[in-house]
Write a protein that binds this ligand. Structure first.
Ligand SMILES: [Zn+2]
Length: 236
């Protein structure tokens, strides 16, 4: 359409318009077209519009152990562990708590053992750093142990698997005198656990050949989901 109209305008008039810009056009120059953004500039402008990243969720990193090459990650042979988030701890009986996933499997394990005539007792599940301070420092003091000697039997605060809410000391209701003793290995509960605990995601943390920590047949940890496996990966 425009080309048809142009064809009707004499060439001389077009030449005049080109050499004599109208005063109106000179007063109101067309808006400047911004130069096209390069790809990099486009990304930059997008990034500028992106809101600042949210602060990390308190629970997402709390229970991830420090890297093993960190000087503070191990103490007397015990790896560092963060405390389980309080809201994820569930009662498993006897006043003890475990994290949700471990608690469900622990209860299933207790029921399965009971069906076989074995009574598993939760002796100690989740433990805070404060509670572990007593277990480590106060008992070392009572027994006249150096901290290095004590560490063969218990973890320093901040370095106990019990902080994670995935570890539990288990007893045998029919043989309480063997609670938390190596002789627990002779109880029906230990024999049953050795044969069946893996089916519920539990494994022995400190077997007989552990390099730095004494044999603890009563202490089991749950490695039944991705998170618990990640937490205990450095020690497996
Ligand atoms: Zn333990």
């Amino acid at each position: 359409m425009i080309s048809h109209l142009l064809a009707l305008i004499p060439l001389g008039a077009i030449a005049f318009l080109l050499t004599h810009p109208s005063p109106i056009r000179a007063l109101t120059p067309p808006p400047a077209i911004p130069p096209a953004l390069t790809l990099e500039e486009s990304w930059k402008s997008l990034l500028d519009l992106t809101p600042p990243p949210l602060p990390p969720l308190p629970d997402s990193s709390r229970y991830i152990p420090l890297p093993t090459n960190s000087p503070s990650s191990t103490l007397y042979g015990h790896l560092a562990y963060a405390e389980a988030p309080d809201g994820d701890l569930v009662a498993v009986g006897n006043g003890e708590k475990l994290r949700q996933g471990a608690a469900v499997q622990f209860q299933a394990m207790v029921n399965a053992a009971a069906a076989d005539g074995v009574q598993l007792v939760p002796l100690s599940g989740f433990r805070s750093r404060e509670a572990q301070s007593y277990v480590f420092y106060a008992i070392a003091d009572q027994r006249g142990q150096t901290l290095q000697q004590r560490a063969r039997y218990a973890a320093p605060p901040g370095h106990s698997e019990h902080h994670t809410g995935y570890a539990i000391d288990i007893g045998d209701a029919s043989a309480p005198t063997h609670d938390l003793r190596v002789s627990f290995e002779n109880t029906p509960a230990f024999h049953w656990l050795t044969a069946n605990a893996a089916n519920f995601g539990f494994e022995l943390s400190f077997p007989q050949n552990h390099p730095t920590i004494n044999y603890e047949p009563w202490h089991w940890r749950w490695v039944g989901d991705a998170e618990s496996r990640q937490i205990f990966h450095p020690s497996r």
